[in-house]
Ligand binder design. Structure first.
Ligand code: PAF
Length: 281
């Protein structure tokens, strides 16, 4: 695996590879890699001739300076894991390399980016659109792989792709969970042992709620999930929404064809955890 730190080297190399007819799969990450990221890399490895993974803690998508400051940075361990996962090129640029001048672009992302994470973290999705659009251009990728834990992020990226006319396939990959159900996240390392022991209650509540969709209204299921999560001392729900799986807009009636998905954000101490569940799988 080769580590690349400059945009010009990455762009030159991937342009040449694409010109030779080789397919390029991109796995964008912010590092602190775990088995969830590795599964994206393995999917990319299976589908493409060349795999590029990026490690970049993107400042423009953080609306909380403390979150940016405390975000785990583990470059050496990340490189070992990427190598094992079969990555060909690890793109690890500096902030100055990506943003030689401030990125002032505002993407008209629309309703998909206005609810849930978009409402709670103003500017977050615009920052994601900025970095992902740059990475798509710089890597000349045919496919890009994203984890379904950040389900709304995938919907936003699809919208950005449409706005910018990128010729790229977005490949969503299933959430990877710990054996007790906790969704893997780079933020999990910040949980104390006690917090770690209560966090699986989030997925348990989501999973149990899927059986209720046959007999209870959307509103009743939403309330039940919030109450059940909050009945665990130490967990506070920021939001639980059941939304249309494509538009991300809240639904009020069950409708199979809308592929409803329940999206939750929970504070476990000061660690913000997100998760989701598909109804009518
Ligand atoms: O999901 C993430 O880790 C980030 O939002 C992404 C897509 C790498 C952009 O910085």
């Amino acid at each position: 695996m080769k580590v690349i730190r400059t945009v010009s080297e990455l762009n030159g190399l991937t342009r040449e590879l694409r010109g030779q007819g080789r397919t390029i799969g991109l796995v964008p990450t912010m590092g602190a890699l775990h088995a969830g990221h590795l599964s994206l890399m393995r999917h990319a490895r299976e589908d493409n001739d060349v795999v590029v993974a990026s490690v970049f803690v993107n400042p423009t998508q953080f609306n909380n300076p403390d979150d940016l400051r405390t975000y785990p940075r583990t470059e050496q361990a990340d490189c070992e894991l990427m190598e094992q996962a079969g990555v060909d090129y690890a793109f690890i640029p500096s902030v100055e390399e990506i943003y030689p001048e401030p990125d002032t672009r505002i993407f008209p992302l629309g309703p998909v980016a206005e609810v849930m994470e978009g409402a709670m973290r103003p500017g977050h999705f615009n920052g994601v659109a900025q970095i992902v659009s740059k990475l798509f251009s710089m890597t000349n990728a045919h496919r890009a792989y994203f984890g379904e834990k950040d389900y709304q992020q995938i919907a936003v990226i699809r919208r950005m792709v449409q706005l910018e006319n990128f010729d790229i396939e977005i490949v969503p990959c299933p959430i990877v969970r710990e054996p007790d159900g906790l969704a893997l996240s780079s933020r999990n390392v910040r949980l104390t042992p006690e917090q770690r022991s209560i966090a699986p209650a989030i997925h348990r509540a989501l999973e149990q709620s899927t059986a209720m969709a046959a007999t209870k209204s959307v509103e009743q299921v939403k309330q039940w999930v919030k109450d059940t999560i909050e009945s665990t001392d130490g967990l506070t729900t920021e939001y639980y929404e059941i939304v249309d799986g494509i538009t991300m807009q809240p639904i009020t009636e069950w409708n199979r064809s809308a592929c409803p998905i329940g999206c939750v954000t929970v504070y476990c101490g000061d660690v913000r955890l997100i998760d989701n569940i598909k109804y009518f799988k």
